[in-house]
Design a protein around this ligand. Structure first.
Ligand code: SF4
Ligand code: SF4
Length: 298
């Protein structure tokens, strides 16, 4: 079984549109949407959820009111300002503090400071892990709750689940829609994959973002390809980016032209290849052929 991660140095480069097109190509596969902070592959692939599990990403502090003496030490020292005081009906500050779980980072400083051990920690639901069916095959995706951290851990769970399904269903490929950027969730998305495809645009910032992502994949010794999306809005920059990428052992996988059809497909919540024959669709198929060829050499 092989894994390919489609990533980008920043959001909005067309990464998910391309991944959705890939989903319709090739043989049996499992899809893994690892962009857990802003998952959107499901908007195009319309998964039917088969199984949903609670994701516990960490724990949150809670004050046992009956044990608290109201000394205020915890509220004074919480650097995340998660501990405060409510106002009574008389308009006065309550004697004992309360914790806002949205702001609590679970650092446990308050529990260490509390002289009467009045602060406990409860596992907190941080999101949901979903296993779904789509017309293109099984899909594992997730929803991280608002203001919840630990997205790297959730990405790892998504990938583990995708591998389990791929093994169980004899699928030879896992296609990962990775998060943008170069942070912890991206590292969790690319670790151990056979191939990374970086999607970028022909702009100065696109060039910069590509190089950052390429440094990351080079660090993890992952064979890497690059695809320039909307290449024809700046052919000169496209040439420059592809040359620099080659100098860093990142080979071009193909170019995708600018076409309003991509946006129209997004608005219609479908993928470009489902909109009939098109030049931009052929560009995407050509990129897929490069990916298949590179994977066959791994
Ligand atoms: S665990 Fe850390 S962040 Fe949460 S309330 Fe205590 S000190 Fe604040
Ligand atoms: S440190 Fe402990 S006793 Fe003091 S206010 Fe906080 S919870 Fe209450």
């Amino acid at each position: 079984m092989k894994e390919i991660a489609v990533i980008s140095g920043k959001g909005g480069t067309g990464k998910t549109s391309l991944t959705a097109a890939f989903a319709t190509l090739g043989g049996k596969k499992v899809l893994a949407d690892c962009d857990v902070d802003a998952a959107d592959l499901h908007l195009v692939l319309h998964p039917e959820i088969i199984r949903e599990e609670i994701f516990i990403g960490g724990s949150k502090a809670a004050i046992r009111e009956e044990d608290c003496t109201g000394c205020g030490l915890c509220a004074e020292h919480c650097r995340f300002r998660a501990i405060g005081y409510s106002v009574t009906t008389n308009g006065e500050q309550a004697e004992k503090p309360i914790i806002n779980p949205i702001f609590c980072e679970g650092c446990r400083l308050c529990a260490r400071l509390c002289p009467v051990e009045a602060i406990a920690f409860e596992p907190a639901e941080s999101g949901r892990l979903c296993v779904s069916g789509t017309p293109c095959g099984p899909m594992v995706h997730a929803r991280l709750g608002v203001a919840q951290g630990n997205s790297g851990k959730l990405v790892t769970l998504v990938r583990q689940e995708a591998r389990t399904i791929a093994e169980g269903e004899a699928c030879e490929l896992i296609i990962i829609d990775g998060p943008p950027g170069v942070g912890c969730p991206v590292i969790a998305s690319i670790t151990g994959v056979n191939l990374a495809l970086i999607v970028t645009e022909p702009t100065l910032s696109g060039r910069h973002d590509l190089m950052r992502a390429a440094e990351l994949t080079a660090h993890f010794r992952i064979p890497t390809l690059v695809c320039i999306n909307k290449w024809d809005i700046h052919p000169g920059m496209t040439e420059r980016i592809e040359k620099e990428a080659r100098d860093h052992d990142v080979l071009p996988a193909g170019r995708i032209r600018y076409d309003r059809l991509v946006t129209d497909a997004q608005v219609q919540r479908t993928n470009v290849l489902a909109c009939g024959d098109s030049a931009v669709g052929e560009d995407m198929k050509a990129v897929w052929r490069s990916v298949e060829s590179a994977l066959s050499n791994q």
